[in-house]
Design a protein around this ligand. Structure first.
Ligand code: PLP
Length: 377
């Protein structure tokens, strides 16, 4: 299969001092992505915050009411009440309650899975560019990263991933739809892949953006778990539910994988009673989820069209963000946009600069387009 310039970096293995290098402002040693830091943005008056793939329409008013009402229950741990949300989620996903694990956002699941599987080193395989939370934690505790460039259509090169499995591979991480490209690898391809590799290695599938698809049920990998495959899936209330600041997410996995995490750490201790009650109310508020999905879709189509008009060649996305190549250093681009009150993200992908804009409200997106037009022309 033909590869793009994304492949130019080839496969590079990771090092465990990545965090230290970033903390001291040094360029990371490996991988395609270098994230600009946010510090420049903190000094600017940001009117359109389009940098963290948040949902500006959330939380659902019903969730807000449930949160307010539950604040008075804040004297109690969530031990007994959390089962209600677990039951709702198990019903929604069609799995057993002991296959669902709640956590303070999917970040918690990503990091704790890395701890559970990579404590003795080994390596993690992922696409590149991709979302690197799990990979970075794995690297920080001594594992290596095998980064596999995406194909020319920005989907995963599953054949190359399979070939890179070795005796030390602890996990394959797939983010589907992928961040930061916004692209989807078709579930049929993922199913075939899992069936081929799963006797050798578990597959983690991060579905943070899955519910933003028109028909999420057709593309989720949850069916593989029901069929008994060793697949660990994570979902979040941060995106479609617009509850990023409330910190709640969950994992669906075989019972043994849930026990693996629970034997090590207690993820439920990170959840507040307010987040729990808010999540339950939001889950039941299907009308809110539908309107979020529709608003995001309209904003995405508008933004994509405007980026095209500016000749910026955006990557078609099915999520709440769009990645596009730019013709100036990412740091300059992010600063110039921030000066105009627009917070966006810059990425260096195989030494080429890109901008990533999250889908905000119509007013925020208009400000983004106006500012971008001034910055690039
Ligand atoms: N996974 C992906 C792919 C993401 O893009 C993000 C956040 O942007 C997360 C996980 C983290 O989500 P949470 O807020 O649930 O920790």
């Amino acid at each position: 299969m033909k590869r793009t310039a994304l492949a130019a970096g080839g496969i590079v293995t990771g090092t465990s001092d990545l965090f230290a290098r970033q903390a001291f402002g040094m360029t990371p040693l490996n991988g395609s992505i270098f994230r600009e830091d946010f510090s420049a943005l903190q000094t600017q008056d940001i009117k359109a915050r389009l940098l963290a793939n948040e949902n500006p329409w959330g939380p659902s008013p019903k969730a807000v009411a449930a949160i307010a009402e539950s604040a008075s229950k804040g004297n109690r741990y969530v031990y007994n009440s959390s089962i209600k949300l677990v039951e709702l989620l198990a019903e929604k996903e069609g799995v057993k309650t002991n296959q669902v694990l709640l956590a303070a956002g999917s970040t918690d699941i990503l990091e704790k899975t890395a701890f559970a599987l990579c404590m003795k080193g080994g390596n993690v395989i992922s696409g590149d560019p991709s979302y690197l939370s799990l990979v970075r934690t794995a690297q920080a505790i001594g594992a290596k990263w095998k980064n596999i460039p995406l194909r020319s259509d920005y989907t995963y090169d599953l054949d190359a991933m399979e070939k890179s499995i070795d005796a030390d591979t602890k996990l394959i991480y797939l983010c589907n739809p992928n961040n930061p490209t916004g692209t989807l690898t078709q579930i049929d391809d993922i199913k075939k892949f899992v069936k081929k590799v799963n006797s050798r290695v578990p597959v983690f599938i991060d579905e943070a953006y899955m519910e933003l698809l028109d028909k999420p049920g057709e593309q989720t990998a949850v069916g593989l778990i029901k069929e008994g495959y060793d697949v660990i899936l994570c979902r979040t209330f941060s995106k479609i539910h617009g509850m990023a600041g409330l910190r709640i997410g969950y994992m669906v996995a075989p019972v043994e994988r849930v026990k693996m995490i629970q034997g090590l750490v207690r993820t439920e201790m990170g959840i507040s009673v307010t987040s729990l009650e808010g999540a339950m109310a939001s889950l039941k508020d299907v009308a809110f989820q539908d309107s979020s999905r529709q608003n995001i879709k309209e904003g995405r189509e508008y933004t994509f069209g405007e980026l095209k008009k500016l000749g910026l060649n955006p990557i078609a996305s099915c999520t709440n963000f769009i990645l596009f190549p730019i013709q100036m250093p990412t740091k300059d681009f992010v600063s110039k946009m921030a000066e105009k009150g627009v917070g966006i993200r810059g990425f260096e992908i195989y030494n080429k600069p890109y901008g990533r804009v999250s889908i905000g409200t119509p007013d925020e997106l208009k400000l983004f387009v106006k500012s971008l037009t001034a910055v690039v022309s």
